[in-house]
Design a protein. Structure first.
Length: 319
């Protein structure tokens, strides 16, 4: 059994059960507002969230597996399963927003900030003073968007980033500025750190890790194979340009596809120096299509995933 106490006076506030995962408290300082939460995790993926209002702790109405976040005066709900409310069904993987105080009063007027598709999911979010940075994973490629509220509407614009790479962005001080840090890497490019300001096109490269192999003459391409049950399997191929596809090229293939883990393009010095420089071909496959293809399917039984591993090997194009 896990109990939560108010530290100042030691007053008992909440108590979980022995079989629960955890009980925790958190304070969020968000754009001049203070939110005090108690999170009661009954299982690994389900939780109850309470917010303090005066001396009371109010339960937030949401699906048990939805994640709660804030952005200024907005409550953000990130869904893990389909949710029907107010006569509308919101799909698993969606990010919803509403006025927090109105929502607590029962006004569930929700706005869709992000809606997933068969090949697209929400990878991450971060905040600046005026923008919410949306990091989408589309066909296992990161795409960044800036979203801001204007006249009660969410306005969205794309953030210019490389097409084939692993990209992450986060606000530096959401209460003070729209400045953000951005990291970019791929199979041939060491991780680089950039400084930018949301709403401005220019970015400054601050630092980059050293290169550990010669990338001249190498290229990254993305292809798609098909599993026995028809599931599309996106995969990255790193090889020499103008590769002769005669089935005789030495190939190093790695794949994974479970537990909401996607395999993205990352710099791998050992593979580059020991394999790519010597003429080898490296392939990285997201079996089950990756999280962006099927965010729910990646948590299905491992037996099905293993079956796909053993049945797709003969279905790759000849390299």
């Amino acid at each position: 059994m896990e109990a939560l106490f108010l530290i100042g006076g030691g007053e008992h506030r909440f108590e979980g059960q022995t079989e629960d995962v955890s009980v925790s408290a958190a304070v969020a300082h968000d754009h001049g507002r203070i939110y005090e939460f108690i999170r009661h995790r009954k299982t690994f993926f389900t939780n109850e969230v309470y917010i303090r209002r005066g001396d009371e702790w109010v339960s937030i109405d949401k699906p048990d597996d939805a994640r709660v976040d804030t952005f200024g005066d907005q409550i953000l709900l990130r869904l893990r399963s389909d949710w029907t409310i107010g006569g509308r069904m919101y799909p698993a993987g969606a990010l919803l927003a509403a006025d927090f105080e109105a929502y607590l009063r029962g006004d569930h007027k929700l706005t869709v900030v992000f809606e997933p598709s068969e090949r697209k999911c929400l990878a991450d979010t971060s905040a600046t003073k005026n923008y919410l940075i949306i990091n989408e994973l589309e066909n296992v490629r990161n795409k960044l968007y800036l979203v801001r509220r204007e006249a009660g509407q969410w306005i969205r614009q794309a953030l210019d980033t490389p097409a084939l790479g692993s990209i992450h962005a986060w606000g530096i001080d959401p209460d003070e500025s729209d400045d953000y840090f951005l990291t970019v890497t791929d199979f041939l490019t060491p991780s680089s750190l950039y400084f930018g300001t949301a709403g401005q096109a220019e970015r400054e490269k601050l630092k980059s890790l050293p290169a550990f192999f010669a990338a001249d003459g190498l290229e990254i391409r993305q292809h798609e194979a098909s599993s026995k049950d028809g599931t599309p399997i996106p995969y990255f191929q790193v090889s020499r340009r103008n590769l002769n596809f005669d089935g005789k090229n030495p190939l190093l293939l790695y794949g994974y596809g479970g537990f909401e883990v996607s395999l993205l393009a990352n710099y791998m010095p050992a593979v580059g120096a020991a394999w790519l420089e010597r003429g080898g071909v490296y392939v990285l496959a997201n079996i089950r299509g990756g999280v962006s293809s099927d965010p729910i399917g990646t948590t299905r039984p491992v037996k099905k995933i293993v079956n796909v591993r053993t049945t797709t090997s003969s279905r790759w194009p000849r390299i």
